[in-house]
Design a binder for this molecule. Sequence first.
Ligand code: TMP
Ligand code: ZN
Length: 398
Amino acid sequence: MSCSDCDRAVQAACAACGGTVRSVVCLGDRPLANALLTSRHDEVLRYPLHVVQCAACKAVQLITQVSPAVLFGGYPYYSSQSLTMCDSAGQLVNRLCDDWALGRTHHAVEIGSNDGYLLAHYAHRGVPVLGFDPADGPADVAEARGVRTERVFFDADVGHAHAGCASIVHANNVLAHVPNPSSVIEGVAAMLRPGGLFVIETPWLRALLHACEFDTIYHEHRWYWSLTALRPLLRSHGLTIDAVELLPIHGGSLRVFASRSMSGQNASVPEHDIDTMLDSFALDVDDHVAELSAWWAELQEHGEVAGYGAAAKATMLCTAAGLSPSFVVDSTPAKQQRWMPDVDAQVVSPSELTRRQPANCVIFAWNFAAEIAAKARTYVDNGGALWVPMPHPSKVSR
Ligand code: TMP
Ligand code: ZN
């Protein structure tokens, strides 16, 4: 595979530290995964998707940053569509409120607060909240549920403008997305009150490599974090990692608790094999794509194949392995009636699954397989077969 960045793959400078990089994998010139088309034959814009690793700071990243305004302009992603996300956020917030006795005199902040799926839990506990998110649709939903939201791309300047405002700052699934992580962390450090806590959740590079989750590599995900790369970045802004948890969410995520405590604690997770896994990743992806294509061809022999979840990773999986679902169901109203770029499949309401009853349906949003399987029970009862494509194609048993 080759992309328009291939020539730069070893000359580009690391966007975090300016160090030299090595090529990890090229996934070609590909459409923006969340840029669903309004009509079937709309023009599709494609951008290079080439992953490199910095030799100096170890940060794994895409070479090209697509303009955030292009990426997140009409962003159709609403976190609250996934109960799993809301529950996970709710449990975390309740735990933090209890452990830290958070209440009316505190202030909870989230950067990339989306539709308020996390901060709403704080508001419910009586803790004042402030969210930062540039996407208008999700921010409207957040405001409607009482989550005050500033519609900006958060960076150091925004953080300094709110210096000392936060008892706790969350960065949930946002450090992978930002053009300049150092600027974001500087802004967070500025907002933290003395004794304040910074909680990060982000997909874990080691989990991505281990399960070959190549479909989670897309333009919105500029960074693929390991603790090895995150730790020095936090430290450069005076923050220490006090604790780390590994979560199953999104195929394997890191949850990092950091503060200015200088506790001397150096929480860690095993990452010694990451460089070796990066060495073989490009070949792993080729094997995986071949496996997926062969499996899909077999499914198609039995009639229509539908998809469940018009997630960004659905576009990536389908375009990489040449999968062509007849249609894709998704509960997000903003995605319905639109078309997946380069996939030629329309996104429709989940009720279409039982109405059209295709022989097979593949859960593209495999990170929410349990939640989706529960919703697709009638489809299965009526004889439909439900599959997950990752880490390897397998049928979901009832
Ligand atoms: P994500 O993996 O990028 O979070 O996207 C998951 C997609 O799946 C999102 O478009 C919402 C959709 N979805 C459903 O349609 N039904 C569901 O039950 C769940 C959990 C997600
Ligand atoms: Zn390339």
